[in-house]
Design a protein around this ligand. Sequence first.
Ligand code: AMP
Length: 417
Amino acid sequence: MKTVKGTRDLLPEDTYLFQQIEQRAWDHFAKYGFREIRTPIFEETSLFLRGIGDDTDIVTKEMYRFKDKGERDITLRPELTASVCRAVIQHNLVGAEDILRLMYSGPMFRYERPQAGRYRQFYQFGVEVFGSQDPLVDVETIEALMSFIAPFKLPNLELMLNSVGDETDRPAYLKYLRQTLNSKRELLCSDCQNRIDNNVLRVLDCKQSNCQSHLQDLQPISDFWSKENRDHFESVCSGLKRLDIPFKINPRLVRGLDYYTKTAFELVSGDLGAQSAVMGGGRYDRLIETLGGKDMPAFGWALGLDRLASLWSTYADPEPGPDLFLIFGQRQWLDTALPWIASLRRAGVSVAYDIRVRSFKSQMKRANRENASWAGIIGEDEHDQQTVALKNMQSSEQKSCKRSDVAATIKNKEIPC
Ligand code: AMP
């Protein structure tokens, strides 16, 4: 038996990276006032139909949709913004004067064509801010993202920024695109031909170079921006500049979900091949209303954990081994040492040993392989005297130590005995 196509097991070396990223994220975004929300893995399908948009790739091709035993139309969540909005409405989480900041992490499901960096079950960490249309929200939420990403020290990351307008100016641009692209219809790929009729904005980010070559002379959406949307975009740009956050304006940047208004942005990496987007997001001022809530502006983004972990795996420090690896001359000495080992663990020391108590040489090899900070050798003398020969694996310094001193010695990182 194997994992289903497009899914994968995250093995301990993978989960180590995921945990590190998530832990850093929880700590970092808590400082900005974000609090965690967990919503169900599956929702009523109508939430995604209304939220993401009937004509998007996600809704038309990629949903894991099924009837449950009660004949309910259910879909495994393909993203979390719609679910978080549903929760905000259902629990009335935002009062008139409030700004609400939520963060989440978990698996998403899309029936996409699997390839490197693209899975059918993948993981996202994301944030959402509800209750303000102030461009400062866009700026501070992008700043929070960039200062989270910076310590990973990843080269070749670029922040791409655009505005996709809103209901006041986007319809005119869509009309222009449809008219112009209809005249070139035969030159475009079959997907783009469909997009002209169903989701014309998505023609702009077609990955086929042939299509791209026919799009070069199109007017950018910025030519159609209303005064309000232009002002919003300029405020976001000047806010980012004030914070020394480098970005590139990409007039072709559109997003795969219909709900975006005004600011749209992506973080792309030159090291990821075709699936270059590490995260994406933007403003979605109409979504809460579309889903039956009140008129409430919002802003958010989602970071692909699979892609971030893959980029970071080249640079991350190796996973630390146990604090102490115990090496025993005889198996029964391990048995008598168990209460002491339990007390070490209670004192916060991570302890490993070879339960089979093989030869000294093979136990020592394993202490090295597991990258232990200390080896504790218990031969006949140490067993009789209730001591341990403690060896610092980095300096190779070794001394006999009372067992009751071991926890303090390891915590102080030196041998006092
Ligand atoms: P989206 O929700 O499409 O805006 O995606 C946000 C981020 O999630 C992307 O930038 C990717 O890093 C990640 N992502 C989206 N789809 C997949 C997938 N099928 N496999 C892996 N990561 C994905």
